[in-house]
Design a protein around this ligand. Structure first.
Ligand code: GLA
Length: 516
């Protein structure tokens, strides 16, 4: 009888332990499992330690461990706050909820202005807005053990990208919605729109094509890409080349399988399918490696591509960290991202584009700074802003990867992407990256020396009302212009032997080619 009483008291204590007003114990690992129908995973782990009313630990989204800055529990109600950096700004995500008998009931309050956009399974960067996380083993879901990257050596230059790569990439417009018919349609449109004739050649599939790994560890595709070899053959039959995407981490940024521990196998697979271009995106590698490991980690894929037996353009995507321009060429990188992700907005595009001046000296044939893909035609900017985008990227000798839906382009978008006189600045064989020659308030004049001795002069107005800009050739190191041509109006300019002045629209540009 006595024993039974103690038994009921014990049960009672255990039960009231999770009732409001009494201390619950959140300590341990809790998981909300969520995977998509096409091979993505987007699990959220709460790895918590409770001491009194204080909760410490981590919230883990896929493989990203984020430290809890402040956590508290009152009865069975808890609040956890996690700060992440986005575009250089701190943003706080709040997880609040209750501990119930079946687990943690969590409500996610994303940071103000945070991107909740769906990427792969299960909502955006912060997970879905409500979840039930169940208790799990401490070890479940932790990032795999670190495979030490190989010792540094130089990878032989693959001979590609003598001028900046040109083509199209699926991410900016389609995100996770790209599929085989879509890619074929884009390849068709690249030819029929005249883009192929203007120099665009790569049709690049970004994140979200992957399935799981088979019994041999070979990467498979998800159902949106039933036949990669067939797709590559199709794109090649149009006289174009095709690109693919992966990550040195176990998961890509959208939560699909990355190449971690399978680098050689994947490079061989891409070659067997017929791919000509790889964008290799750091993403979850940050859960395993430090930034100081990046050089060696990218070198591993550089080696694997070299050994694949197929020339594959190697595009590094690690958001400009670890001074990638210093070692990018040494891993046979043909281009390296210099910034975080671009958005289809003036603020994003102009901040990125006008911020590239200091990197000019690192650009050279075969090895290019990459300020991210084009947003031209995606609808978030005005035609003047898109002309600035196209001009600036060309002055920067940046990769020109269109990021819009080529199948439904307006004439205006075509006139921007197909401006051959601007494209010629980008594709100039000298491989120089242009630089800012002068700045006056919100107006800037950029200059780029071209192979035949001509000089490109771009007069940008970053202000929100029209501005007079005057360029004197003598100030820009040009002795005397024999001929000057407006590259957007497609007109030779009279009276421009010593300089040129124009009213430049808000957020717009006047681009001139001066012949000596
Ligand atoms: C990162 C890259 C983007 C795109 C996405 C795909 O954010 O910087 O360009 O590839 O991943 O998930």
């Amino acid at each position: 009888m006595k024993r039974l009483t103690w038994f009921y008291i014990a049960i009672g204590i255990a039960f009231v332990g999770v009732l409001p007003g009494l201390a619950a114990d959140l300590s341990g690992s809790w998981v909300f499992r969520r995977s998509g129908p096409d091979g993505t995973s987007n699990d959220t782990y709460f790895r918590l330690k409770q001491s009194g009313n204080e909760v410490t630990g981590f919230v883990q989204q896929r493989l990203n461990l984020r430290k809890i800055d402040s956590g508290s529990v009152e009865g069975n109600k808890f609040t956890l706050k996690v700060t992440t950096m986005f575009g250089g700004q701190p943003r706080v995500t709040t997880y609040e909820g209750t501990l119930e008998n079946d687990g943690l009931h969590v409500k996610v309050i994303p940071p103000a202005g945070g991107r909740g956009r769906g990427r792969g399974a299960g909502g955006g960067r912060f997970g879905p807005s409500e979840m039930l996380a169940v208790k799990t083993d401490e070890k479940e879901g932790l990032p795999p053990a670190k495979i030490p990257p190989p010792a540094l050596h130089e990878v032989r230059y693959n001979g590609l990208a003598k001028t900046p790569p040109m083509g199209w990439n699926s991410w900016n417009h389609f995100h996770g919605q790209i599929d085989d018919p879509g890619v074929r349609g884009i390849a068709d449109a690249m030819v029929s729109s005249g883009m192929k004739a203007a120099g665009y050649v790569y049709v690049n599939i970004d994140d979200t094509w992957q399935g799981t790994r088979d019994a041999n560890g070979d990467i498979t595709t998800n159902k949106r890409f039933p036949d990669m070899k067939g797709l590559a053959d199709y794109v090649h039959s149009k006289g174009l080349k095709i690109g693919i995407y992966s990550s040195p981490g176990p998961l890509t940024c959208a939560g699909y399988a990355g190449s971690y521990g399978h680098e050689e196998q994947d490079a061989k697979q891409y070659a067997a399918w017929g791919f000509d271009y790889l964008k290799y995106d750091w993403c979850s590698a940050s859960a395993i490696y430090e930034d100081s490991d990046m050089h060696a980690v990218y070198q591993k894929m550089g080696d694997a591509l070299e050994q694949s037996g197929r020339p594959i353009l190697f595009s590094l995507c690690q958001y400009g960290r670890a001074n990638v321009w210093e070692w990018g060429p040494k891993v046979s990188g043909n281009a390296w991202r210099t910034t975080g992700d671009i958005r289809d907005a003036w603020e994003s595009m102009s901040t990125i584009g006008f911020g590239q001046n200091e990197l000019a000296k690192w650009a050279a044939p075969g090895h290019w700074n990459d300020p991210d893909m084009l947003e031209v035609g995606n609808g978030g900017m005005s035609a003047d802003e898109y002309r600035t985008h196209m001009t600036l990227w060309s002055m920067l000798a940046a990769p020109l990867l269109a990021g819009n839906d080529l199948r439904t382009m307006s004439d205006e978008t075509k006139s921007i992407l197909l401006n051959r006189e601007i494209i010629a600045l980008d594709q100039d064989k000298s491989g120089h990256q242009g630089h800012r020659a002068s700045q006056n308030g919100e107006t800037e004049i950029w200059v780029k020396n071209l192979e035949n001795g001509d000089i490109a002069v771009a007069m940008f107005n970053r202000g929100s009302s029209p501005a007079e800009i005057k360029a004197k050739w003598a100030d820009l190191g040009i002795e005397r212009g024999k001929k000057a041509r407006d590259l957007w109006a497609h007109k030779d300019l009279a009276d421009a032997t010593t300089g040129y002045g124009a009213t430049v629209p808000a957020h717009g540009v006047v681009a001139i080619r001066v012949s000596k």
